[in-house]
Design a protein around this ligand. Structure first.
Ligand SMILES: NC(=O)c1ccc[n+]([C@@H]2O[C@H](COP(=O)([O-])OP(=O)(O)OC[C@H]3O[C@@H](n4cnc5c(N)ncnc54)[C@H](OP(=O)(O)O)[C@@H]3O)[C@@H](O)[C@H]2O)c1
Length: 250
């Protein structure tokens, strides 16, 4: 079977990825805080299996246990993948005006959790001789500073750098033991995260008008279409291993 671990699977791009990957002999391991029972029921029958884990990824210290539970259900895989998709934009606002606890939680979710998941993925998959790939969902905000998005921009920049370090390390391994990795920005996608951006008061996010305009002009991409394109990239024979890419350039 092919196994895919997807974080933030309950809505937005993550849910669209679940729908795109729910076919054939895939076993999907879905992680988010919300109950994903209805999502699992909607794709069951189309997919090898779907397992849901209601888990708050800001609880970084228990991610090892979560991954051990997931891997205890994986036997003789022909493929294992991890999509680090879950992330939060909040807190939004300039330094000095944001809640420090929320700042710490955002960095835990957007950066610490993906790094721990990558670490556990390498450790727990080391005995499996199969194609192994990690996709980190990044953002243009990891490359350009946006007023008021300190936690989001810096954690996405950190995720890109972690991807590069990871690829450097894996290069040292034999091809059969290697875990391939890619960091991919999905473009502007029509999800709850965009709704939240449009609701920000201008004093917290001075570019809010630009994002309201993106919405009005129909510039937002449909999550299902973006997920289909991500699926294609994920299974390319010539996987762009170690790259930091933007889907709009592909
Ligand atoms: N939308 C865009 O325009 C855009 C642009 C660039 C990059 N991205 C990136 O694309 C990815 C998906 O974004 P999206 O737009 O689909 O966001 P979204 O609609 O806000 O969905 C976020 C997902 O993350 C999960 N999540 C949030 N907090 C969590 C927590 N503490 N523990 C576990 N799961 C948690 C949510 O599930 P629960 O609430 O059920 O936990 C949800 O499934 C993110 O990495 C984002 O940075 C999006």
């Amino acid at each position: 079977m092919k196994h895919m671990i997807i974080t933030g699977a309950s809505r937005g791009l993550g849910q669209a990825l679940v729908k795109a990957l729910a076919y054939g002999n895939f076993v999907l391991h879905c992680i988010a805080r919300t109950d994903m029972g209805p999502l699992a029921a909607s794709v069951k029958g189309r997919v090898g299996d779907i397992r849901t884990h209601s888990y708050d990824l800001t609880r970084c210290e228990e991610i090892t246990d979560l991954m051990e539970t997931i891997f205890s259900e994986i036997e003789e895989p022909e493929f294992i993948g991890l999509i680090n998709n879950a992330a939060a934009l909040t807190p939004v606002g300039p330094f000095g005006k944001i809640d420090s606890k929320k700042l710490s939680e955002a960095v835990s979710l957007n950066l610490s959790a993906p790094l721990i998941l990558m670490n556990e993925f390498v450790r727990l998959s080391s005995s499996f001789l199969c194609d192994k790939r990690i996709l980190n969902i990044s953002s243009g905000a990891g490359k350009h500073p946006y007023y008021g998005w300190s936690a989001y921009c810096s954690s996405k920049a950190g995720l890109d750098m972690a991807t590069r370090v990871f690829a450097e390390e894996q290069k040292e391994k034999k091809e059969k033991d290697r875990v391939k990795i890619l960091s991919l920005s999905p473009g502007i996608v029509d999800t709850d995260m965009q709704k939240l951006i449009r609701k920000q008061p201008r004093e917290n996010f001075i570019y809010v008008g630009k994002f309201i305009e993106f919405h009005k002009s129909g510039a937002l991409q449909d999550p299902d279409m973006v997920a289909e394109k991500i699926k294609e990239i994920l299974f390319l024979d010539f996987f762009p291993d170690g790259e930091i890419l933007d889907i709009r350039e592909l």
